[in-house]
Design a protein around this ligand. Sequence first.
Ligand code: AP5
Length: 236
Amino acid sequence: MAPEAAVCEDDEPNSNQSGMPKIIVLMGAPGAGKGTQARLLQERLHLPQISTGDIFRALKNAQTPLAQELREIMERGQLVPDELTIRLVKERTAQVDCRNGYILDGFPRTPEQARSLDGLAAEQDNTIVAINIDVPLDLLEKRMTGRRNCPVCGEIYNIYFKPPKNDNVCDFHPEAQLVHRADDNAETVQARLATYEAKTRSLIEYYKSAGLLHSVAGTREPGDIYGDIERIVQQG
Ligand code: AP5
C-alpha cells in the first residue's frame, strides 16, 4: 500500500526522453513486484504511480455500502467490477499530473479494462508500454504473506526478502509500526492467484498480439529489474 503515492501531487516534468507521453502498464501476478517497481519509476522518472489496489484500499475504509462491498470483494480475492474500476482510472488519469504520462500498477486486469485503456490512450494521445514482471508461482505466496508496508510513506518490506532495519518499524518512520495487508493471508492469497489465472493472465497475450509487450525476469534484485524496466521505457 502506498498512501502518499496513490495520488501524486508532483507535477514536475518527467525525464521521459522519447517524445510522446507514455502509459507504463506494469503487469504480473499478485506479489510479482509491480508496486516495488512502480515506486522506483515514480521516484526516478517523476511520473505518477496509479495503483488501483491502493485506490480501493483507501475507499474500503469508509463507512458506506460501497466500502462494505469492496471489503467483501477484496477479502475473497476477487476483482472489483469493471465499470467502477474503469471509471476511477479515467477520473484519476484526467488529473493534471498525468499529462506527461503515468504508471499503472494493477490495471488493466480484464480484457474489458484493457480495451478501455486502449480508448483512453487514444483520447489522451498517449502510447502504451506493457511490461510483464515474470515470477514463478511458487515464489509469490511467500512474497505476499511476508510483505509489510509503512502506513506513512508506503515503503514496501518483506520479512523474508527485505526486512526493515528494526523489527516491524519503517526505516524512514521509526514511529510507524508496519502493517500487514488484510488480503495477504494464505487463504486470500490463493484466491487472488486463482483470480489472476482466470481473469488476468490472458492480457499477456493481448499485449503480445498488439506488439506492445515486454517481459522482465522478476526473480532478481529489485534494482536489476528496475534497470531493465527503465531501458524499456526510454526506448519503447
Ligand atoms: P493490488 O493491490 O493491485 O494487489 P496485487 O495485484 O495482488 O499485487 P500486490 O500489491 O499484491 O503485489 P505487487 O505485484 O505490487 O508486489 P509488491 O511490489 O508489493 O490489488 C488488491 C485487490 O484490489 C485485488 O485483489 C482486487 O480485489 C482489487 N483490484 C485492484 N486492481 C483491480 C482492477 N484493476 N480491477 C479489479 N479489481 C482490482 O511486492 C510483493 C512483496 O515481494 C513485497 O514484500 C516486496 O518487498 C517483495 N519483492 C518485490 N520485488 C522483489 C524482488 N525482486 N525480490 C524479492 N522480493 C521482492
